[in-house]
Design a protein around this ligand. Sequence first.
Ligand SMILES: Nc1ncnc2c1ncn2[C@@H]1O[C@H](COP(=O)(O)OP(=O)(O)O)[C@@H](O)[C@H]1O
Ligand SMILES: [Mg+2]
Length: 289
Amino acid sequence: MPDQAEPLRQLIKEQFSPASLKQTRLVAVASGKGGVGKTNIVLNLALTLAAQGKKVAVLDGDFGFSNIDILLGLKPEYSLQDILDGKVTLKKALMQGPHNLWFVSGGAGIPADETRSQKAVSRLANELHSMDGEFDQIYIDFGAGFGALTEEMMRLCDDLLLVVTPENTSLADAYALLKMMTIRGSVPQVQLVVNRVASFVEGSATAERFMLVVNKFLTINLRILGYVLEDTAVSRAVNRQIPFVIGEPQSAVTKCMSQLAKNSLSEELKVTDEHGIKAFFKRFFKRNS
Ligand SMILES: Nc1ncnc2c1ncn2[C@@H]1O[C@H](COP(=O)(O)OP(=O)(O)O)[C@@H](O)[C@H]1O
Ligand SMILES: [Mg+2]
């Protein structure tokens, strides 16, 4: 759609001057099937990073099934749906949470159809662009499965944080998601998190099993970000509407979040020219021209 790509082309021209260095890293959070713990993990990981002084935002992209606001016990005025509908800017929609974490809820809208999605991606891309440098990391928590908007956005982000559990169904669906993305084009760097493990041994065995299949059949850059133990602190946090890293700082699952945070800040994941919002735009432009 050249009419929609034109303003972006202009933006890219302006933005690819070597002068500006500060970049925001975009991380898409995905899973094959739902209910594997994506929202709890991204929220608590983001809170952990925010508590360490990183400026982090989480956008809840699970339209219609949004629950980041519920997990935080906060009632935002605007949602991501309002941003996609052009009703409000991302800057205005962002609500401040604990530890100076910023977030946008998904809202209760119906998922956009193919045509609206292209427009929605452009809009979101523009909004993200306007925030470049404002945050160290922006996580976008997508719903389970594979809508058009989700697919496009997942592809454009720097990393895909893929959450699985040791259940065969979760692994099979996560594999199907990667395969589908591979068939339709490129896949960003994938960071694997194995959630709800009984032990770290189970976590690494699961990750290795998954990597073996992925490396055999797909050409994907996959790395293990870490493991998250099964812990009743998670459901207590959900019910109390207080994230477990805040409500239960001594819990096993909180310690897992610290490890994930540490791993996600490691050397390998440093922002380069091929990462951040500018790179997002470069990819967006390539795909739409
Ligand atoms: N590590 C864990 N230990 C125990 N229960 C968990 C864990 N992770 C997730 N859960 C359970 O799974 C439910 C769904 O998690 P949620 O983050 O909403 O999943 P998703 O965003 O993938 O749909 C939580 O409400 C909680 O009861
Ligand atoms: Mg969720």
